[in-house]
Design a protein around this ligand. Structure first.
Ligand SMILES: *[C@@H]1O[C@H](CO)[C@@H](O)[C@H](O)[C@H]1NC(C)=O
Ligand SMILES: *[C@@H]1O[C@H](CO)[C@@H](O)[C@H](O)[C@H]1NC(C)=O
Ligand SMILES: *[C@@H]1O[C@H](CO)[C@@H](O)[C@H](O)[C@H]1NC(C)=O
Length: 188
């Protein structure tokens, strides 16, 4: 990082620390991530891990190498669980048609808010079908830091959560991603 980049990062960090102190803002943090492939011929997990990017800043990294193309349909089943002696379903259980969503992003669908938080970090921004000619057909999520704003629009009581993301491509369940995070569990 060059010095102006570092200054910028420091200013961002100061602003973040300030907003937490002054507003008692929401502090969210990844605590774990797991990727499970149900069909080895469909995809391979190259990366699935958390990485410490800075003080209290944790990025999620996922790289799925897709082996079976073309992909004509993609459904995401997305559900949220809250930990209370075991994980229990919490508020959200939605299905999104990713191919349709890429063409017609819809702010009235709650999925929009979750996906929008991902967009700066994920390479998937193209429409379907995804085939051999597509420039990028791997799914890469790089250094995804939770956007605290994401939780200012949805009720998010203090606690530990699990996001369960099922990837259903060409009509079958191919992969499941378990993403664990804390909200305001121990504010710095
Ligand atoms: C995904 O959600 C849809 C709609 O709720 C449901 O019909 C389907 O069985 C779910 N698939 C999986 C693999 O959970
Ligand atoms: C979500 O909804 C689908 C279909 O309505 C159901 O099959 C599934 O079990 C639900 N998942 C959770 C976590 O409640
Ligand atoms: C998708 O991402 C690529 C690489 O980041 C970029 O060049 C392209 O313009 C993006 N396309 C859309 C439709 O946003």
């Amino acid at each position: 990082m060059n010095s102006s980049g570092m200054k910028f990062a420091f200013v961002v960090w100061l602003m973040w620390a300030f907003s937490v102190l002054v507003t008692g803002g929401i502090v969210t943090r990844h605590t774990n991530i797991k990727c499970e492939i149900h069909d080895q011929s469909f995809a391979e997990v190259k990366v699935c891990r958390l990485k410490v990017l800075g003080r209290g800043i944790i990025g999620a990294n996922v790289h799925l190498h897709i082996l079976s193309l073309p992909i004509k349909t993609t459904l995401i089943n997305f559900s949220v669980f809250k930990k209370m002696s075991g994980y229990h379903p919490f508020l959200f259980n939605i299905t999104a048609d990713l191919c349709h969503y890429m063409k017609h992003p819809n702010p009235s669908n709650v999925f929009f808010y979750f996906y929008r938080a991902l967009t700066p970090y994920i390479n998937v921004n193209h429409t379907c079908p995804i085939n051999y000619f597509s420039k990028q057909h791997d799914v890469i999520l790089k250094d995804f830091v939770l956007d605290d704003k994401m939780f200012s629009i949805v009720p998010a009581p203090v606690g530990s959560y699990m996001f369960l993301i099922k990837l259903i491509a060409n009509g079958a369940l191919r992969a499941t991603i378990y993403s664990y995070l804390d909200i305001n569990v121990d504010k710095p």
